[in-house]
Design a binder for this molecule. Structure first.
Ligand code: ADP
Length: 218
């Protein structure tokens, strides 16, 4: 059976979630207080409805409690975001993801039972900053405050060397999860694999260790 998602708030964040879920063939109920926004999504999602996320009865009559996953993407109105999350938690919705505006908002959302709190502006800021600092860092994903995954472009320092030659795991304590070359991706690369200039190494490890690796070899 198709998974059912509800997205409350159709700004840039909620809107792009709706589009992407629909493109992946999911059933999506899109909710916003703004009629124009709802109309814009009526041809994209399964159902688009004008409703207020803080209106418990409205959410009840839309059957939101039965959805597999509800995403609260209400932007600046922190009060409405918190109240909506609280209602969903009281409904017993099994997966509630909420966009936080700031650290205080995030703290409250975690306390009142949001299962996942996302902070897209902050996270994108961190990723872009890493890319600006080092042109060899293509992407950066923080797994926790200590660990991350990065995509690094192989330059002159490491090209034409094998993973055994580079001995990255022993020297820096990080793991190369995969090597991308054009459209090919080699997950679990062998030690005898030779790195070519422009290959993209996907590395997982402690942030301090990854920084050492970046400084030494990229
Ligand atoms: P973004 O930063 O993702 O673009 P916005 O603040 O622009 O976020 O958009 C948030 C959306 O949430 C707006 O379309 C707004 O109409 C909607 N919204 C705000 N309050 C509520 C509410 N109580 N219930 C439903 N939707 C709401």
């Amino acid at each position: 059976m198709k998974k059912q998602f509800a997205v409350i708030g159709l700004g840039r964040f909620g809107g792009s979630i709706c589009k992407s879920l629909s493109e992946q063939g999911m059933e999506v109920l899109a909710i916003d207080t703004d009629e124009e926004k709802v109309n814009n999504f009526s041809t994209i999602v399964t159902h688009a409805v004008v409703a207020d996320g803080t209106d418990e009865n409205a959410l009840k009559s839309l059957g939101v409690r039965n959805f597999d996953h509800v995403i609260v993407a209400i932007g600046d109105n922190i009060q409405a975001s918190i109240l909506t999350t609280l209602i969903l938690e009281e409904f017993g919705v099994s997966h509630i993801t909420v966009k936080a505006q700031n650290d205080y908002h995030e703290k409250v959302l975690n306390k009142i039972g949001a299962h996942k709190v996302v902070h897209p502006e902050r996270d994108m800021g961190i990723r872009i900053a890493h890319n600006i600092v080092s042109k060899n860092v293509l992407d950066y994903l923080e797994l926790s405050k200590d660990y991350s995954i990065v995509e690094l472009i192989a330059g002159e320092k490491i090209c034409n060397k094998t993973l055994i030659d580079l001995n990255i795991r022993a020297k820096y304590g990080v793991n190369i999860m995969a090597v991308k070359r054009g459209d090919d991706i080699n997950v679990s690369p062998h030690g005898t694999e030779k790195i070519l200039q422009g290959d993209i190494l996907i590395v997982i490890g402690a942030i301090v260790d990854i920084n050492k690796l970046e400084n030494a070899l990229f």
